[in-house]
Design a protein around this ligand. Structure first.
Ligand code: NDP
Ligand code: 2IT
Length: 445
């Protein structure tokens, strides 16, 4: 780490005790941006890095709700409004029992740089709750979402803060959240949430965007080393929104996804995963991935083991943070992996990133590779603001252009700052530079 950044990092550690994922996300950025700090002493004078590490606003609230049996539950809601230099706070909501303030802060911090990389006018934020939607009825999920919005509504707005989905928050939850916002405020403010259903103001390709976008980014990264998806075996972790649409696009681009997972284990289908069956299990029936083998005789389900033991040429971690560790990275390298693209946020541990980079594997960090989701959200805001809706084809073409552009920027900036091929450095420096420039222009606010 650049000497001038060490004391800033120490202060982040002491002021945010125990928030290890937030520390990890900050460290990764500070480790990269030294050359940009040297190039712009005026940013240091304005203490831009210190300001970037401190959220503009952090909101924590109680969410009481009643289950189908009349039992009362208390969860905690969060919204961390991290940085609005480039536009309204923008970022998803995560409903998962593991969610703590530090989780939301790491995600919000990453989001600031990711959103800057899209080139679109969006600041960064994140929110969520430790609510566990698994096993809950639709009615219970609706009551939870309504109670959550009864607090959140006062903090958000199309020009202020625009939430969307993340783990545990998809089309169903966003519908309930939007319905409640509309009822409380008496306003049909479409642009207050993105990822909405197509029947009430949603945009084509938002559902597919993170997975499609990650596939487009990795296609570019493969192209840069004279390769393509054609004929390659690919492993995708998770089997949620990001994973399913990554599998769909990789198949369209000529790759063969042979394994995916959930928190119970992984399925290995050497002939290539049957996406229709996966969507039926995960999107329609909301069941476990283990069900897959009941209908696909050739496939195996391996409980409680890491999906990264399946050999592949391309690995796309698309489940959760720190799911791919040093041992997994070494196994991937041994199995002939040449490219890793993070569909999830920070799924690869810092030690694993080093193993991959030292072995010459092309590595795309999440803030670049999974930016397609939030980019499509910004396109949804654009359509809402102009009361327009674009075709699937047009929306997909825009998404592809944006991902090709992000790849080029990360690639070129890495080279310009003396780390050719290092997409982590490229993404962090490019994202930081855009935010820092805007913050300097806005004065001390
Ligand atoms: P979903 O809730 O749709 O799916 C999450 C998937 O990850 C599920 O299959 C889940 O399995 C699995 N998973 C969770 N924890 C673990 C674990 N410890 N080990 C193995 N599998 C696990 O979420 P998304 O697909 O939306 O999000 C996935 C990742 O992508 C997250 O990191 C998110 O922040 C990131 N992301 C999402 C975007 C979006 O637009 N949705 C945009 C950009 C990034 P199970 O059902 O068993 O819990
Ligand atoms: O991590 C992410 O980029 C998201 N969950 C999507 C955020 C958004 O506002 O669409």
């Amino acid at each position: 780490m650049h000497a001038a950044l060490e004391s800033i990092y120490e202060r982040v550690l002491s002021r945010n005790p125990g928030e290890v994922e937030f520390h990890q996300a900050v460290r990764e950025v500070l480790d990269s941006i030294g050359p940009a700090v040297d190039k712009h002493p005026e940013y240091a004078d304005a203490r831009i890095v210190e300001r970037i590490c401190e959220p503009e606003r952090q909101i924590i609230f109680r969410v009481p709700w009643e289950d189908d049996q009349g039992g009362i539950h208390i969860n905690r809601g969060f919204r961390v409004e991290f940085n609005s230099a480039l536009g309204p706070f923008k970022g998803g909501l995560r409903f998962h029992p593991s969610v703590l303030l530090g989780t939301v802060k790491f995600l919000g911090f990453e989001q600031v740089f990711k959103n800057a990389l899209t080139g679109l006018p969006i600041g960064g934020g994140k929110g969520g709750s430790d609510f566990d939607p698994r096993g809950r009825s639709d009615r219970e999920v609706m009551r939870f979402c309504q109670s959550f919005m009864l607090e959140l509504y006062r903090h958000i707005g199309e020009h202020t803060d625009v939430p969307a989905g993340d783990m545990g928050v998809g089309g169903r939850e966003l519908g309930y959240l939007f319905g409640q916002y509309k009822r409380i405020t008496n306003r049909y403010e479409s642009g207050v949430l993105t990822g909405k259903g197509l029947s009430y103001g949603g945009a084509q390709v938002r559902r597919e965007a993170t997975g499609y976008g990650c596939s487009f980014f990795v296609e570019e990264m493969l192209r840069a080393r004279g390769e393509s998806f054609e004929g390659k075996d690919v492993v995708v972790s998770g089997s949620g929104n990001v994973a399913l649409y990554t599998i769909e696009k990789v198949h369209q681009l000529g790759g063969r996804v042979v394994a995916c997972s959930d928190s119970g284990g992984f399925v290995h289908d050497p002939k290539g995963l049957d996406l229709d069956l996966l969507k039926d299990i995960k999107e329609v029936r909301r069941e476990r991935i283990a069900e897959y083998t009941e209908q696909r005789g050739d496939a195996t389900f391996v409980p409680d083991r890491s999906v990264w033991e399946v050999p592949c040429q391309v690995a796309l971690p698309s489940a959760t943070q720190n799911e791919l560790d040093e041992d997994d990275a070494a196994a991937l390298v041994r199995g002939g992996c040449i490219a890793v693209g993070e569909g999830a946020n920070m799924p690869t541990t810092s030690a694993a990133v080093r193993v991959l980079q030292e072995a010459g594997v092309s590595f795309a960090p999440g803030k670049a590779a999974n930016a397609g989701g939030v980019a499509a959200s910004a396109l949804e805001m654009q359509q809402n603001a102009s009361r327009d809706s674009w075709s699937f084809e047009h929306s997909e073409n825009r998404l592809r252009e944006i991902m090709v552009d992000i790849h080029a920027r990360c690639h070129d900036v890495a080279e310009e700052y003396g780390s050719p091929g290092n997409y982590v450095a490229g993404a962090n420096i490019a994202g930081y530079s855009r935010v820092a420039e805007a913050m300097l222009a806005l004065g001390l606010v």
